[in-house]
Design a protein around this ligand. Structure first.
Ligand SMILES: Cc1cc2nc3c(=O)[nH]c(=O)nc-3n(C[C@H](O)[C@H](O)[C@H](O)COP(=O)(O)O)c2cc1C
Length: 323
């Protein structure tokens, strides 16, 4: 087995928690790392000081297991302040994932501090550019994913084998993966691990509001919507009255500021943390159809590894067809 992901991240299982705006708290990241995966503290929706607080909580919860942070570049106008906090805490972190922007200007600095650099990509061309810029590991994320997706709208099924053929660095598959069979499928497509987001929101340790978790259990992929196309972005969220208003507005050729008023971070916070889902929006991927409970991270990892074993057994029977 290709275990470059395990050696780059220092974890036991190649299951990574993606950055989760507003709901990527330190206890969640630490619990995922302690369970054998790789957790990442989210910085979107947090000040640099709040990010540091969550890094401290993650370190405590992880009990020595390595974890990282996510830096979505376009989300922070003051991104240097975040980079400074990351660099001055480099000893406590194993990796930084760079998303939503060009990672090139940051990669060397972060690597010189001893950090593994993960770059998020959504096309094979972006993957080649991120590899050339020095990224150690790529997350190739398909259009099924919750949150911001690439404008090319490549689906995970088409994207992973294409990226695997385009680069030498190891790849984590993301987008629509919420079960152990999804993880095994990612390996079959050429990935060396996975990054999951939506599934980890519905866990005991995630600080998302209980109403958000309840909606994830209740709803299906039919209920996800793409907002922000009018401003050149592709963001997969869960339908709500507020999301319907955004989509209505976007049909009417609105100005940037009109759209921004409805999609700004505060509208995510009121729903994801405040629990008033109809008055805002929450990120949600198509894998929501596979979520029916909010277990502890430990319980979820036991389930995922059981499903991986089962899926591996099923795939073995393919062999008999091929002889
Ligand atoms: C609630 C939520 C918030 C997210 N916030 C971020 C973020 O701040 N930075 C980032 O790089 N990706 C973010 N993502 C994407 C995830 O890190 C991950 O790549 C994605 O969720 C994978 O697809 P899945 O939701 O189908 O598992 C977010 C996803 C969700 C569901």
């Amino acid at each position: 087995m290709d275990n470059r992901v395990l050696s780059l991240l220092g974890c036991r299982l190649p299951i990574v928690q993606g950055g989760l705006a507003y709901v990527g708290n330190g206890v969640l990241a630490g619990a995922i790392s302690r369970a054998g995966g790789f957790g990442q503290v989210g910085s979107a929706g947090r000040t640099p000081e709040q990010m540091l607080d969550e890094i401290e909580k993650a370190a405590k919860e992880a009990a020595g297991a390595p974890f990282g942070v996510n830096l979505p570049l376009s989300e922070h106008s003051d991104r240097e302040a975040y980079v400074e906090v990351i660099l001055s805490n480099a000893q406590r972190l194993r990796a930084v994932s760079l998303s939503a922007g060009n990672p090139r200007p940051y990669i060397d600095r972060l690597k010189r501090a001893g950090l593994t650099v993960i770059a998020l990509v959504s096309t094979p061309l972006q993957a080649q550019k991120a590899e050339a810029a020095g990224a150690d590991l790529l997350v190739a994320e398909g259009y099924e994913a919750g949150g911001h997706n690439g404008p090319g709208e490549w689906t995970t099924m088409a994207l992973i084998p294409a990226v695997a053929r385009a680069v030498q660095v190891p790849i984590l598959a993301a987008g629509g993966i919420a079960t152990g069979d999804g993880i095994v499928a990612a390996f079959a497509l050429g990935a060396s691990g996975v990054q999951m987001g939506t599934r980890f929101v519905a866990t005991k340790e995630c600080e998302a509001h209980e109403n958000y978790k309840a909606e994830l259990m209740r709803r299906s992929a039919d209920d996800t919507r793409i907002i922000e196309r009018s401003r050149g972005r592709v963001t997969r969220v869960l339908q709500s009255a507020h999301v319907d208003d955004i989509l209505e507005l976007e049909k009417r050729n609105p100005s940037e500021s009109e759209v921004y008023a409805l999609v700004r971070g505060e509208k995510n916070r009121v729903a994801a943390i405040g629990g008033t889902l109809e008055e805002g929006y929450v990120n949600c991927g198509q894998g929501v159809s596979l979520i029916h409970d909010a277990p502890s991270v430990d319980e979820l990892f036991q389930r995922l590894t059981g499903e991986m074993r089962e899926a591996t057994r099923r795939i073995r029977s393919l062999d008999t067809l091929l002889h």
